[in-house]
Structure formats: structure tokens, C-alpha cells
Design a binder for this molecule. Structure first.
Ligand code: PRP
Ligand code: URA
Length: 208
């Protein structure tokens, strides 16, 4: 499955402000949320539509709706939480699960600490949210946790990805579509994306 990289002047604009070390926590959070909305719009391009009849003030016509019950959003804690408001502006009735993972700072391996998913998750298309895809360890582990619980249709949304992260997800989970707002160059020796934006969780929650 190919990754989809958003190519849009508005994304360039928003990502450039997001990267700046001068951007405040408030503005950072708002930008992550706005980019998440744009990513989600792209990810829903293939959403099945159900035909309905709509009565306008003028006449009756055909309309088309998406069944929000077929979708769940799953942010990877912590930083994925910053994307939830943005995707909910499009699908306010979708259910939300949570997966808790953090990277061991030395080994960069993901450590699982939480998983709470909506009922009947196996029947839904699950849209995983995490602003950063670096080694791909956390993203791949989250997808494995979902598959272990029977989920068959998964999409992954991230704001900034390194090539290594995309490669890892594609090798481990070739069926998962990855939507990326911006593809960056590489990882530094500490596993941070270059040029990147630093630690997304810390910048969203103001913890450093
Ligand atoms: C960040 C980010 C991803 C992960 C990406 O989370 O939100 O989950 O790193 O790195 P990877 O692709 O190399 O696994 P972090 O581990 O810093 O946890 P936090 O969100 O709780 O700060
Ligand atoms: N996690 C982050 O928050 N930032 C990076 O650059 C890499 C992983």
C-alpha cells in the first residue's frame, strides 16, 4: 500500500509555523488539530455513502451520508490526543479508543501501557492518530495491538514522518494506508525527526 503525502501550500504554511521553536503551546495545539482535520478529509475520500432522500424547502432530492458508526479514531498517547479535536470536527459521532505507548529513550523501542477500545472495534475502520512517525516502532506496535483485537481496516494519520517510519509500517503492515502531511529527511542520533518539530507530546502539553 502506498503512503499518501499531502502536497498543498496550506500544509507547507501550517507546518512551517508548527516547526518554529517560537510557536506557543496554544498555537502549536491549534495547528496540530487543523492539520489533523485536513489529513482526515483525505483519509475519508473512499468512505462509502448511503443514499437518502432529502426534502429541501424547494423539492425532494437524493442525498448521500457517511455512517459514522463504521469508524473509530484511536490516538496513540500522548501526542495523538492533540489530533482528536481536529478529526472530530469531521465525524463528531465516531467512537474513540486509546492506546498508550511511549518510546524507551535509550532503545527507542515502544513500551505499551494502556489500551481501551470501543465495543465492536473489529467491525470498524480504525483511524490511528499520531503526529510523529519516526522509527515507526510505536505506530507499528499500535497497529499490531488493533489487529490482535480483530481490526481489519486501518488507516494511519501523521503530521510529520521520517522515511524510516513509513518503511517500518509498510514492512510490518502492508495493508495499512498511511497519510502524511509532511515527509522529512531523516532521524538524528537520538531518534528525533530532522528537521522535525522536537517532542510533539511536550509541545502539545507544555511539559518541557
Ligand atoms: C512520540 C510520538 C510517537 C513516537 C514516534 O511519542 O508521539 O508515538 O514518539 O516515535 P517512533 O516512530 O520512533 O516510535 P513518545 O514516545 O515521545 O511519547 P509521548 O507522546 O507520551 O511523549
Ligand atoms: N517523537 C517526537 O515527538 N518527535 C520526534 O522527532 C520523534 C519522535
Amino acid at each position: 500500500m502506498k503512503e499518501i503525502i499531502l502536497n498543498h501550500p496550506m500544509i507547507e504554511h501550517k507546518i512551517s509555523i508548527l516547526r518554529s521553536e517560537k510557536t506557543s503551546t496554544k498555537e502549536f495545539r491549534e495547528l496540530i488539530s487543523e492539520i489533523a482535520t485536513i489529513l482526515c478529509l483525505e483519509a475519508l475520500k473512499d468512505a462509502p455513502l448511503k443514499e437518502i432522500v432529502v426534502k429541501t424547502p424547494i423539492t425532494e432530492t437524493k442525498g448521500y451520508v457517511i455512517d459514522e458508526n463504521n469508524y473509530a479514531f484511536v490516538p496513540i498517547l500522548r501526542a495523538g490526543l492533540g489530533m482528536v479535536d481536529g478529526v472530530l470536527t469531521l465525524m463528531p459521532n465516531a467512537k474513540i479508543g486509546h492506546i498508550g505507548l511511549y518510546r524507551n529513550e535509550e532503545t527507542l523501542e515502544p513500551v505499551e501501557y494502556y489500551c481501551k477500545l470501543p465495543k465492536h472495534i473489529e467491525d470498524k475502520t480504525v483511524i490511528v492518530l499520531d503526529p510523529m512517525l519516526a522509527t515507526g516502532g510505536s505506530g507499528s506496535a499500535a497497529i499490531s495491538m488493533l489487529k490482535k483485537r480483530g481490526v481489519k481496516h486501518i488507516k494511519f494519520l501523521c503530521v510529520i514522518a521520517a522515511p524510516s517510519g513509513i518503511q517500518k509500517i509498510q514492512e510490518d503492515h502492508e495493508d495499512v494506508e498511511i497519510f502524511v502531511a509532511k515527509l522529512d529527511s531523516h532521524l538524528n542520533e537520538s531518534g528525533y525527526i530532522v528537521p522535525g518539530l522536537g517532542d510533539a507530546g511536550d509541545r502539545i502539553f507544555g511539559t518541557k
